[in-house]
Structure formats: structure tokens, C-alpha cells
Design a protein around this ligand. Sequence first.
Ligand SMILES: C/C(=C\C(=O)O)CCOP(=O)(O)O
Ligand code: SF4
Length: 390
Amino acid sequence: MYLTAYEEEMYDGEYGEAVEKSMKILVALGDIYGAERMVEISSAQISGVSYKTIGDAGLEYLEELSKDPSARVKVQSSLNPAGMDLDNWRELGFSREFADRQSRIIDAYMRMDVMNTCTCTPYLIGNIPTRGSHVAWSESSAVIYANSILGARTNREGGPSALAAAICGRTPAYGYHLDENRIANILVKVEDSLEGYEYGVLGYYVGKIVGDGVPSFRFRGQPSGDEFKSLGAALASSGAVALYYVEGLNPAVECEFEDRISVDSASLEDSMDELSTTNDKPDLICVGCPHCSLGEIRLLARYLRHRRLSCDFWVCTSHALKVAADRMGYSDLIVGSGGVMVSDTCMVVSPIEDLGFDVVGVDSAKAANYIPSMCGLDVVFDDWKNLVRL
Ligand SMILES: C/C(=C\C(=O)O)CCOP(=O)(O)O
Ligand code: SF4
């Protein structure tokens, strides 16, 4: 693979051990995937933050790496959700032992100058790549949003490769960085108008059919940004989709359709049923997978203002948007109805299985798909308005 003189120097250790180690990871990846060169990246989004998912091995790797003064990111880099709310972990019932280890992970990333914004929707709080720019993002819902809605270019990075890319400011040019892998190859005609959580069901259904293909959607009407967030998260979790198009939204899409499918509300019914594992009443309802936008929090607050919730209720979002929701009075309305604003974490990467819950109600197809395996709990999947009425 071709390296510029500067990249060679990084590879040869002239800028320190962590840079050398990172460049070697990137070159090895490039060799595996047949990259011919590196591209400069403008930002990174790094997963592998929760102590629940990376454990002691991950913690030790990050602490060791961060001790090296050359382990400093060269581009704006932000963290995926951690395993707990960094401020309110005690109130939510997390153990001190978990909190101590989680804090050490965050400290290690901060030593490397990675922003502890801890969200899977960094594009809602200022990490917004421009169309055509190359980035190294890793949380799959953020990756698909960056590729599809923002028009940036990223592969589905793992946490360590996104961090290596951030430290070198480079990523190998293969996969979704190249035009030839960004061609739409399956047309998906959506025959009925959908709303809200139904876009997650659509993503779950289509993801299973297209695998790692590049679908192009023809909708009746234009989904909202929040609906694209749900659609993409589900597409990336039931399949391995990292890029989709929407007719009328993306400029001049190149298409070579090998297949065409039609989807209507009836075709989604089985998927809708599959996403629940029980009919029992949830003892915890969680919204915000991917993390809630301020607009979603506003709708929740308006709906809940004169209601009293009958079970625990988490609104998962970034710390930045929680602060905005506090200022708008939305948090007070949610808390007043019996809910909690939960920042920095989510229902999948936090150890909710250790907090005494058995059945989780979610409006996210991605969360419904992951909670049984990642938390070992039962799930009820429905629209959040139906869940809070249960
Ligand atoms: C559900 C997760 C990732 C994805 O779909 O990409 C969890 C990510 O967990 P990390 O703790 O950030 O690896
Ligand atoms: S909220 Fe959902 S999309 Fe975000 S990190 Fe958790 S599982 Fe991934």
C-alpha cells in the first residue's frame, strides 16, 4: 500500500510509539481489505467505551496506550455512550465498583483528547462531517447516518481502529470511502405512509433482506431526520448496512439495481411481532436508541406533562442535549411525570440487567433486537405512546 513520506514516518516510529502502533493497525487493516492508500479524516467517533462491553482487557489497553504522550488524537473525536450516566450513576443504582472502572476508561480517553460527549448521535451536537469528507466512525447507527444523510464517507470501524485513525488522522481507503462501493444495488419501494417507530420496523425488515447491500428507498412523503435515525439504526443492526439512499434526498445517486422489493404495512407485521419477546408489562421503559434529539425530548415532555408513569422510564440522550432540555423545562416535565433523564449511556450498553429490571419496553427496533442478547432481559416493542399507556 502506498504511504506518503509523513505516513511512512508515522509507521517507522518517528512520532512516538502510540502513533507507530496505530499506523501499523491501519496498514494491517488496509492490507486485509486491499486499500491502495490512506485518506485524511476530518473526525472520529469511537465506540468501545462502556465497561460492560470492553471489560478489564479494554480498560487496561486504553490506560496503557494513553500513558504514551504520542497517543493524542489529531482530529475532532468523540466517544460513544459509556456504561453509565457520568454524573447521576449513583441515583440510577450503578455500583461504585462499576463506576470506578468506567471513570478510568473515560479518563484514559480524555488523556488522548477524545471528547467525553458520550453519544451515538454526535451529529446532533456538533460533530457534523461535511458531504464527501472522510471520517472514521464506529457506532453502527452513527456510521449509517454519516454515510447516508450527511453524505460523509466512513466504514463501520471497530473502537480500536477508529482510535488508531484518530491518532494518525488517516484511515485506509477501502470500502465506503471509494465511489465503486457506494452504488445503490437494491430498490426498496415503501408503499404505505409510515411514522415514528414504524421506520425502525422497516429498517429491521429490510436489513435482514439486504445484508451488506446498499438500498435506495422510494418513500411516499419525506421521513424526518429522527425517523431516518431510527431507520438507519435498525438497518445496521439486523443487517450490516452502512449506507442507504433516499430518492429525492440525496443528489444524483448512482444505481445498479440487482433487485427490487416492495414493502407495505402488512409485510412489516411479522417483524413487529418478532421484536417483542414477551406480553408481560415492562418494569422499565427506555426511549432514545439512538440517543434522543431535542425535538424528540420536546414531544415526550409535552405528552407527559399531565400524566403519571406507572413504571420506571428512561429518556436516553447526550449530556449536551440534556442540558438544553433542562433549560427548556422539558426535563422537569419528564421528571414530574416519574421519568428520568439519562445522559451518556443507553439501555443496551449500561448494565440494566444488574439494576433489578426484568422486562424493558422500547420503541427502538435496534434496542429490541439487542437487549435480549446484550442484557439477557425480555423486551416489549411498541410506540412509546402505547408503552406509557400500559
Ligand atoms: C450496540 C452497539 C454498537 C453498534 O451497533 O455499533 C454497542 C456499542 O457498544 P460499545 O460499548 O461502544 O462498543
Ligand atoms: S442508544 Fe442504541 S444506537 Fe446508541 S449506543 Fe445505545 S444501542 Fe447503540
